[in-house]
Design a protein around this ligand. Structure first.
Ligand code: GSH
Length: 669
């Protein structure tokens, strides 16, 4: 979205004035899409993964590492490589239809940070098992191509965050902090992709809030940490911008690492998977059923234990991105009584989902968020235009936000063959699941994007998590699994996933019985095929039995129980469900073996025999001879850590390095 749009973006007060206009046109565009595409059928079950990289520049002589701000040059080099273009790769050409999966060179995309790259396969992956095995090679190919278009000292690294982001000196080329857009005391405006969308996003989010964004991450309290901890990098004496008062007004909290700009969140990297469903109903089902898995996936992929050169007491990026784009005003936050704003809003634009949308008879009203804020007028318009209540509610919830980046040129006439106004709101609602309507004028179907996972250091791990999410999706469609829990529990689970080693020590709300009931009149669900080895099947509840209390349907479980099941048979576990799905379809032995390696990684992460990257990085820092047990992660440690990440990426544990995280017997492919 947006990167092709050119024009004059409105500064905040002007953009605010046209917000309702943009929303109304966005809703009309959505209705036009809905009318055209609601009956779209038999789309192929395609999927795609997205890998985000940070680009670092390593100086082996000086033993230091910096963020490289050469995104534009690298993308330019990729876009103009004739070899790559011949193979269909380079930068995306939307006119090009799907080409045969895995054979087309990957495409590269800009992201928020001027030090970031995103890469996707050149064509979507298909339904076949063969494609599941091609993903990892394709990811390696992407990394190689990215590297080939960088300087010799530059590397594409898949760490969620650059551990020294914000220490003022670790960027190259160097720019002084505190520019007009971000007004950060730690990072320069040049940290953001210069495409007008990004600095405008950052500036207007800040302006709408009325102060800078505020990220306070609890610092890890180590043996020698000065306590109470006050972030020593905060400058209380700056007077460049009115926003410099933020820290004098208490923005930086005691015992926390303080950050003050969008780049500290949107400069993080993740692993995303997008599915194309065969029709809208299947898309709506996937959206709902994958939603409760989000926090579990976040905890399993935890990889973010360092911010701004300090060890954090949390393991994941999520809340930091959430705060980095939190444009809510004091009234919306509930800090002041409502006067100018329309409502209090409980979550940031980047947050876990608050809606379910499937027309599934198993979706009980009690699962929905009782406090959901929606724009009633826009909902009425959607319903009047023919959309059902549930989906209209979903979009009327996303549309409580203001558009942040508005181009004056786009307000002249409403084009119902475009989706620009709709996408303006849709694409700045960064939730952990995204339901994506077909873009006008394309063959693309209804899609669902899975967004919670943290990027992993190696392509092996990224492939493993991608394949796992694909397989669990196949299992849930094939067996008609039911993961519904009240959506507010998913919100709580998302918080839980932040805790250090949540994957081992914490409990998550999860549905006790994911297996469908016997087919009934209202529910066309089918049980797993007979002869499949679904372990520990529950007694089948008669279809007309009275429904029990929602509270009895779910309980707290460990990630190990959720993923691997319970020994006493009271919960099957997601991996056993995937295994029984694989049993039920014809997979050749070789494929099954390859998939087993991926599932072994997930199994190990869940049962604690394999470490998350967060744990591994923490351990690396605390074992480093340069670490003084004072929470400070110095330049020298970060240099060695980035070198270690590069070594892991190349060897994937085959040299024994990182086997705590990757496992012992990773086979060579
Ligand atoms: N890197 C993010 C994460 O770790 O969750 C996800 C990527 C993302 O949401 N990027 C923002 C965006 O809007 C950057 S401002 N990207 C383009 C889009 O989603 O349309």
């Amino acid at each position: 979205y947006g990167c092709s749009a050119v024009g004059t973006p409105l500064e905040w007060p002007e953009a605010k004035k046209v917000a309702q206009h943009v929303r109304e046109w966005g809703i009309e565009q959505l209705l036009a899409i809905w009318r055209r595409a609601k009956g779209k059928e038999r789309d192929a079950l395609l999927w795609g993964d997205e890998i985000e990289y940070i680009v670092v520049a390593l100086n082996d002589e000086e033993h230091n590492v910096k963020l490289s701000l050469r995104q534009a040059d690298i993308l330019e080099a990729l876009a103009s490589d004739p070899e790559l273009l011949k193979q269909g790769g380079g930068v995306p050409d939307l006119a090009r239809g799907p080409v045969k999966s895995g054979k087309t060179a990957p495409t590269f995309h800009p992201e928020f940070g001027r030090f970031m790259l995103e890469a996707t396969p050149g064509a979507p992956w298909g339904i076949g098992f063969k494609d599941l095995l091609d993903v990892e090679q394709d990811m390696k190919w992407r990394r190689q191509i990215a590297k080939d278009h960088m300087d010799a000292d530059e590397f594409p690294i898949t760490m969620t965050t650059f551990p020294l982001l914000g220490d003022r000196k670790s960027i190259t080329p160097w720019f002084p902090p505190s520019g007009p857009r971000l007004r950060s005391q730690f990072v320069p405006d040049e940290i953001a992709n210069p495409h007008i969308r990004f600095p405008t996003l950052a500036a207007n989010i800040r302006a709408r809030r009325g102060r800078k964004v505020e990220l306070n991450v609890p610092v890890f309290h180590d043996k020698q940490t000065t306590w109470p901890f006050s972030d020593p990098t905060v400058d209380y004496n700056m007077h460049n911008w009115p926003e410099d008062d933020d820290v004098r007004n208490g923005a930086a909290k005691e015992n926390h690492i303080y950050m003050d700009a969008m780049a500290f969140g949107m400069g993080s990297c993740c692993l995303q998977i997008t599915f194309q469903a065969k029709n809208i109903d299947e898309g709506r089902k996937m959206y709902d059923q994958l939603s409760p898995l989000g926090p579990v996936l976040l905890a399993l992929t935890a990889a973010t234990p360092i911010y701004k050169g300090f060890l954090a007491d949390t393991d994941v990026r999520w809340n930091q991105i959430s705060r980095a784009v939190d444009d809510r005003t004091p009234e919306e936050l509930g800090e002041k009584p409502l006067k100018n704003d329309r409502w209090r809003i409980p979550k940031s634009r980047y947050a876990s989902n608050s809606t379910y949308i499937s027309q599934d008879p198993r979706l009980r009203p009690e699962y929905l968020d009782p406090d959901l804020v929606i724009d009633e007028k826009l909902k009425d318009r959607l319903v009047e235009g023919g959309m059902d209540d549930l989906l209209a509610t979903h979009f009327a919830h996303l549309f409580i936000r203001d558009p942040i980046v508005v181009f004056s040129e786009d307000l002249k006439e409403l084009d119902l063959d475009k989706a620009d106004h709709f996408e303006n709101l849709q694409s700045t609602n960064w939730q952990h699941m995204r339901f994506k309507p077909p873009p006008p004028g394309s063959e693309i179907g209804w899609r669902v994007e899975v967004r919670p996972m943290e990027i992993q250091i190696t392509d092996f791990e990224n492939a493993a998590f991608s394949v796992f999410v694909v397989l669990i999706t196949r299992a849930l469609l094939s067996f008609d699994l039911n993961f519904y829990i009240p959506i507010t529990r998913t919100t709580q689970n998302m918080e839980t996933a932040h805790r250090r080693d949540a994957v081992l020590n914490d409990m998550f709300y999860f549905r006790k019985d994911p297996l469908p009931k016997r087919p009934s009149k209202t529910n066309g669900a089918s049980n797993p095929p007979s002869g499949s080895s679904t372990p520990r099947m529950h007694p089948i509840i008669p279809p007309d039995s009275p429904v029990g209390s929602v509270e009895d349907e779910y309980e707290l479980m460990t990630v190990d129980e959720i993923i691997n099941g319970r020994a006493d048979g009271t919960f099957p576990g997601l991996i056993p469900l995937v295994e029984s799905y694989l049993d039920s379809v014809n997979v050749d032995v070789e494929t099954r073996c390859e998939l087993a390696q991926y599932l072994a990684l997930i199994r190990g992460r869940a049962n604690g025999s394999l470490w998350t990257a967060a744990k591994w990085i923490r351990y690396f820092v605390r074992e480093h001879k340069g670490y003084n047990f004072d929470s400070v992660v110095s330049d020298g440690i970060v240099y060695d850590l980035v070198k270690a990440a590069e070594r892991l990426t190349v060897n994937e544990g085959r040299d024994g390095f990182g086997k705590e995280m990757l496992g012992e017997c990773r086979q060579r492919r």
